[in-house]
Ligand binder design. Structure first.
Ligand code: ZN
Length: 474
C-alpha cells in the first residue's frame, strides 16, 4: 500500500519519467526507484535548488538547507546526509516528492538485508565511512555498523572479522567491551595467518589467565605471529619469558628479544616515523629490564633513555588510538621517569644541543634515507667550541637524557660542541650517515655510487684542550 501512496505524491514537474501511479510489477517499480536513486549522486545543483530532502539510508526527511557536507563524486559533488553522513540524499527539485514512506521503500530496496548480502560493497562502504568518522556515531548507526560487519564476516571478509574483534576488545560508543566476543572474531579462520589478529587473540587469552588452556594457545599464537615477521609478537613473547607464562622464566632471553626489536623499531620510528604502534611497548619493557636489572646489568641511564623514547612514541600513538588506551602505561612511565630523575638530580628542560645530546642522539639520527648538509661551521678557541648547522629535510629524533627530553626536531639544528680537539671538513658538505661516539669521535659520511663511504666531516674531542688541531679544506 505504502508504495502506491508514494507514487501518487509524485509532482507533475518531475523530470523523472513516471508512468501513471499503477504499480505494474515490482520489477518496474524497482527500475523507477533506481532512477530516483541516480539523483543521490553528483546532485549539488539539485540539492541547492530543493526545499525538502530525504535520505534513503536513515530515512530522515529534512530541510535542504541542513545539508552541510559534500563529497567529491566522479562527475560532480554529492550531498551527504546531515543525520547519518551517507551519500543517499535526494531533493525535491528532482521532481520526486520526498516523504518518509518513499525513504523507507528505497531504504529496503537499496540497504535492506538482501540488498547488502548481494552487494557487500555497499556494506563495506558504510563500515569504512563509519570507521573514518564520516557517519555520526549514534546507537542506531553503531548497531548497523556491527550488523554490516557480520554480513561481511559471513562472506569470509577477514577485515570485517578484524574490525569486529577490535570493536569488542575496546568496546564501542554504545555497546560495551566483550573479550569473549572479541576473541571469537580474532580466531575466525580468515584471520589464522594475520599477525595482528594472532597477537590480539593471544593477548586476550593471556588476560584470561585463570584457564590454563587459554595460555598455552596464547604462546602458540605469538610464536606463529613472530614467524610471520610480527614486531608486536616480540614483546608478547618477551612478556612470556619475563613472567614465565607457558615457558620457563628467562629474563635474559626476554631482553635479547626486546633489544633486537628495539634496534629495528627505533630505526623505523626515527627514520620513517613509523612503528609507533609497537615501539612504545618494546621501549617501555626494555626500560623496565634495565631499571630493575632483569636479564641485564642494572643501568638507570639506559632505562631513562628507553622510557623517554617510550613516552614520545606513546604520545604519537595517542593521536591514533586515543588517550584512554594509554592511561595505564602513561601513568607508570611518568612515575618511573620521575623516580630515576629524582635519584640522579635531573629535571625536565629544553633540549640543549651539546656534545652529550649529540652522543645520545647519534644512534637514531645517524642514518637517513635523505641527503642532509652541514653548514655554517665555525670554531671558537675559547672553550674549543665547534658550532655548525645540521640541515635535514625531515625531522630528526633528538634525545637529551640529562634534560629528560626526546623530540622530533624540524628545521636546521645548531650544535655547539665543546672541548673539540680537532675537526676536519672536506669540500663537500652533504651526508647521509653519522657514526661514532664521544670517545672515538664522530664521522659524517655518505656512500658514493661505487659503494664506498666518503667522509665529509670529522670531530674529535679531548679532555685536554691544548691538544687542538684544526683542518679546514674549504
Ligand atoms: Zn541519512
Amino acid at each position: 500500500m505504502e508504495k502506491d501512496e508514494t507514487l501518487n505524491k509524485e509532482s507533475k514537474k518531475s523530470p523523472v519519467t513516471k508512468k501513471k501511479v499503477v504499480r505494474k510489477s515490482s520489477k518496474a517499480r524497482l527500475a523507477l526507484l533506481n532512477q530516483y536513486r541516480e539523483h543521490a549522486i553528483d546532485n549539488e545543483i539539485e540539492i541547492v535548488q530543493s526545499n525538502q530532502c530525504g535520505c534513503f539510508f536513515c530515512r530522515h526527511v529534512f530541510d535542504a538547507r541542513d545539508v552541510q557536507d559534500w563529497m567529491d563524486g566522479e562527475h560532480g559533488v554529492t550531498a551527504l546526509c546531515p543525520e547519518c553522513g551517507m551519500d543517499a540524499v535526494i531533493g525535491d527539485a528532482s521532481g520526486i516528492e520526498i516523504d518518509k514512506p518513499l525513504m523507507k521503500e528505497m531504504n529496503l530496496a537499496f540497504y535492506g538485508e538482501t540488498y547488502m548480502k548481494d552487494n557487500p560493497e555497499a556494506a563495506r562502504t558504510y563500515c569504512i565511512r563509519y570507521i573514518d568518522g564520516k557517519i555520526a556515531h549514534k546507537a542506531k548507526s553503531e548497531a548497523l555498523f556491527l550488523h554490516y560487519l557480520s554480513i561481511l564476516e559471513q562472506e569470509g571478509d577477514a577485515n570485517a572479522s578484524l574490525a569486529l574483534g577490535e570493536f569488542y576488545r575496546l568496546g564501542g560508543d554504545f555497546v560495551g567491551q566483550d573479550l569473549n566476543l572479541a576473541l571469537s572474531h580474532f580466531e575466525m579462520p580468515a584471520l589464522s595467518a594475520h599477525p595482528h589478529a594472532l597477537c590480539a587473540a593471544g593477548a586476550i587469552r593471556l588476560e584470561k589467565m585463570d584457564d590454563p588452556s587459554d595460555t598455552s594457545l596464547a604462546f602458540e599464537y605469538f610464536a606463529k605471529a613472530s614467524a610471520l615477521g610480527s614486531m608486536e609478537a616480540s614483546y608478547y613473547i618477551a612478556d612470556c619469558y619475563l613472567h614465565g607464562y607457558f615457558v620457563k622464566s628467562d629474563p635474559n632471553i626476554a631482553v635479547r628479544i626486546l633489544e633486537n626489536a628495539y634496534d629495528t623499531l627505533s630505526r623505523r620510528f626515527a627514520i620513517e616515523r613509523n612503528g609507533w604502534f609497537e615501539f612504545p611497548e618494546v621501549a617501555y619493557r626494555l626500560g623496565l629490564c634495565y631499571q630493575k636489572g632483569l636479564g641485564v646489568k642494572q643501568d638507570e641511564e639506559w632505562a631513562l633513555r628507553f622510557f623517554l623514547h617510550a613516552d614520545l612514541a606513546m604520545r604519537i600513538r595517542q593521536n591514533f588510538l586515543g588517550q584512554d588506551h594509554e592511561s595505564k602505561m602513561a601513568e607508570d612511565l611518568a612515575k618511573r621517569i620521575t623516580a630515576i630523575a629524582l635519584s640522579h638530580n635531573l629535571s625536565h628542560n629544553e633540549i640543549v644541543y651539546d656534545a652529550d645530546t649529540f652522543e645520545d642522539s647519534v644512534a637514531e639520527m645517524g642514518e637517513s634515507l635523505e641527503e642532509r648538509t652541514i653548514e655554517n661551521v665555525s670554531f671558537d678557541p675559547d672553550g674549543n667550541e665547534l658550532s655548525f648547522d645540521m640541515v635535514c629535510p625531515s625531522p630528526c629524533l633528538i634525545t637529551d637524557i640529562g634534560n629528560l627530553s626526546a623530540a622530533f626536531i624540524t628545521g636546521p639544528i645548531t650544535w655547539h660542541l665543546k672541548d673539540v680537539a680537532s675537526y676536519k671538513i672536506s669540500s663537500e658538505n652533504k651526508f647521509t650517515n653519522i657514526s661514532g661516539d664521544y670517545d672515538s669521535g664522530f664521522k659524517f659520511f655518505y656512500t658514493n655510487d661505487d659503494g664506498d663511504d666518503v667522509t665529509v666531516f670529522e670531530i674529535y674531542f679531548a679532555r685536554d684542550p691544548s691538544n687542538v688541531e684544526v683542518t679546514d679544506k674549504k
